[in-house]
Design a protein around this ligand. Structure first.
Ligand code: CDP
Ligand code: MG
Length: 145
């Protein structure tokens, strides 16, 4: 077991529904500690850049519209096997199919409005943390590389 970092988003549907605190608590109870967090309202360019791997997919336009519809909580989580643990706590992409008790099942609506994002691999975690948090911001919080 090794301590790892991952990147997490509480998506606009969940922030609007007042579920930010409940989701952070669920992650914390699951062993993932937030070591950096902030609210951001994504621009079109930021949403397109963050999800660029999906740019050819049919759902891309709607996803960008959703992700820019209101503020998100973006955060860095730390814990044992944080990447896999976060994905496990979130549940399947489609909220309608996510296992009972998972974040996406409890707080999401469907395959698009699914309440949360979590990095899927070490390289994406590193890229996604750097997309939203500068080295200076992290250093000010005592978060070293
Ligand atoms: O977020 P996750 O890694 O579980 O799924 P993804 O396949 O990387 O898709 C990224 C996001 O696009 C999802 O979390 C959904 O919000 C959205 N999506 C969608 O709107 N329609 C799909 N058919 C698949 C994904
Ligand atoms: Mg993904």
């Amino acid at each position: 077991m090794s301590k790892e970092r991952t990147f997490s988003i509480v998506k606009p549907d969940a922030v609007l529904a007042g579920k930010t605190g409940a989701i952070v608590q669920h992650l914390t109870d699951g062993g993932l500690k937030p070591i950096a967090m902030k609210l951001v309202h994504l621009s079109q360019e930021q949403a397109k850049g963050f999800y660029h791997v999906h740019r050819e997919r049919p759902f891309f336009g709607d996803l960008v519209k959703f992700m820019t519809s209101g503020p998100c909580l973006v955060q860095v989580l730390e814990g044992e096997n944080a990447i896999a643990k976060n994905r496990e706590l979130m549940g399947a992409t489609d909220s309608k199919k996510a296992a009972a008790g998972t974040i996406r099942q409890k707080f999401g609506t469907d395959i698009e409005r699914n309440a949360a994002h979590g990095s899927d691999a070490p390289e994406t975690a590193k890229y996604e943390i750097g997309f939203f948090f500068s080295g200076a911001e992290l250093a000010a919080l005592g978060v070293t590389p």
